[in-house]
Design a protein around this ligand. Structure first.
Ligand code: TYD
Ligand code: MG
Length: 469
């Protein structure tokens, strides 16, 4: 019997090694090598396989010894996209589902991946054949969820199966337009001895599914689990294999969910779709800014409104700051939704450049709904919120702020300013405080241009003047 050959593959960079190493010599990660059993130990190298038979076969098929063609010779086919049933889902995909494409959807357990896909599958099944492979749940469980979601699903094919071969056979036989595999970590290929969810299983199963998807022009959505750090579990190569990688994010204490594209061969990345998890399933939120701002007459001191951009989409978000005397030797700094390092930097700028004594005060900052605002354009709003809380003042509720704050206290330009102004105007804001020298069109807003943080404080907080500190 032929001896089974094994190799070691790095789960970070995908490089292969003939033996086990404590550290990957390519990317330097410790403990990332995973053993993989080679499926066919007798496989020849690709070069050894290049025989006269291959040449003959090509000549017969194309009449040409050369298979490569020049770019103009390739016919351009219009990608007819399939609507998913959710405008928000389509937006993240770049305009709908591309036939024959492979989409990987990752997210924490319980965030709503299965719910989203079941609801979408039910819509899709009205216009074409759809197969939903539930590898993690029984048919009964899917039925329960479907009845909770009020899904009839009379045209939706459900396959509770974990064996890859059986899934491939079903795909061959049914030839669906769209197929969903929930999840890739639960299915296995019997030829490999490793357990489902292991690096080699996930990789081989995805490759096999991808081959059939491309051959049969089946649009395939694969659910992937995420690790503790929030990345999709399994080899990094998984993300290279697929056409599109989406993350479904949400806080367990909040009902809104964000679907974000991090890789997309058919559309923009960092695009977001917003959903709301209700008792009857996921509903799309077409005007998400309304989620992240409260009523304009309930504004408390220390609140400022910013316009953050998620992908190409502007979102109006409220940030709230609270500063209060500390009872600890080193004051507390807590953030929710705002990057801690940026918050600390802004506190230091306010202390040093504006003269607000914050070093003996606890400081807290939170974005409404806990939405993650990672971009520098939020800096100015955060700075004004902190100053407003320090002085116990209310920022005009119809004012929005945007601008990056530099270490010298200067306000720097930001990207996509016009879209942000447009969104603020659409939501009824009247005044915008923005970086100097940037505005093109004001969209009906009164605009104040500032070059330093202090100027923004003067413009946003009544009773503060330039000499104030
Ligand atoms: P699920 O789709 O099973 O999550 P995932 O597949 O990402 O693990 O979603 C499960 C959660 O969603 C569960 O905590 C209950 C909640 N939920 C609702 O709030 N409303 C609903 O209509 C459904 C079906 C689920
Ligand atoms: Mg699930």
């Amino acid at each position: 019997m032929a001896k089974t050959k094994t190799e070691w593959i790095c789960s970070e960079c995908g490089d292969r090694f003939p033996r086990s190493l404590g550290r990957c010599t390519s990317c330097g990660t410790w403990g990332s090598l995973v053993e993989q059993v080679l499926a066919s130990p007798a496989a020849k190298s690709p070069q050894a396989q290049l025989s006269s038979r291959t040449r003959k076969k090509r000549l017969q098929a194309t009449g040409q010894p050369l298979a490569a063609i020049t770019l103009p010779q390739i016919e351009q086919s219009q990608l007819a996209r399939i609507p998913s049933g959710y405008g928000e889902f389509d937006r993240v995909l770049g305009g709908g589902i591309v036939p024959g494409s492979l989409v990987l959807i990752g997210g924490d357990p319980g965030v709503g991946k299965s719910t989203l896909l079941l609801q979408s599958a039910s819509y899709l099944s009205q216009n074409g054949r759809v197969l939903y492979v539930c590898a993690e749940e029984s048919g009964q469980q899917i039925k329960l969820r479907a009845s909770r979601l009020n899904i009839d699903g009379s045209k939706l094919y459900i396959l509770p199966e974990t064996d890859l071969d059986a899934i491939l056979l079903e795909l061959e036989t049914l030839q669906p337009q769209v197929a969903i595999v929930d999840s890739i970590q639960a299915i296995f290929w019997a030829e490999l001895s490793s357990a489902p969810g292991s690096v080699s299983q996930v990789r081989e199963c995805t490759s096999a599914l991808m081959r059939i998807a491309k051959q049969r022009n089946i649009a395939l959505a694969i659910v992937g689990h995420v690790t503790k750090d929030g990345a999709i579990a399994g080899p990094k190569v998984l993300e290279h294999l697929v056409d599109t990688v989406l993350y479904f994010e949400g806080d367990r204490f909040q009902t809104h969910r964000l679907l974000r594209s991090v890789k997309n061969r058919f559309g923009a990345t960092q695009e977001v779709g917003v959903f709301d998890m209700a008792s009857g399933g996921l509903q799309e939120v077409t005007n998400p800014s309304e989620l992240f701002i409260s009523g304009r007459d309930e504004i408390a001191p220390g609140t400022a409104t910013i316009v953050a951009c998620e992908g190409t989409r502007p979102l109006v978000v409220e940030v709230q700051a609270l500063v209060s005397p500390t009872s600890y030797s080193s004051p507390r700094r807590t953030t929710t939704g705002i990057e801690t390092s940026r918050f600390l930097q802004i506190l230091a700028v306010l202390e040093k450049r504006v003269g607000i004594p914050l070093s003996k005060l606890d400081a807290y900052i939170a974005s409404a709904g806990g939405i993650n605002v990672a971009e520098p354009a939020a800096d100015l709003g955060v700075a004004v919120a902190i100053a407003a809380s320090f002085r116990d003042r209310i920022v005009d509720p119809y004012t929005v702020l945007m601008g990056e704050v530099g270490l010298g206290g200067q306000v720097r330009p930001i990207s996509q300013l016009e879209q942000r102004l447009k969104e603020a105007s659409k939501l009824g804001f009247r005044h915008a405080i923005i970086p100097k020298g940037q505005v093109l069109q004001t969209h009906g807003l009164r605009v104040t241009q500032v070059s330093r943080v202090l100027e923004a404080l003067v413009a946003a907080l009544p009773g503060v003047d330039e000499g104030d500190d």
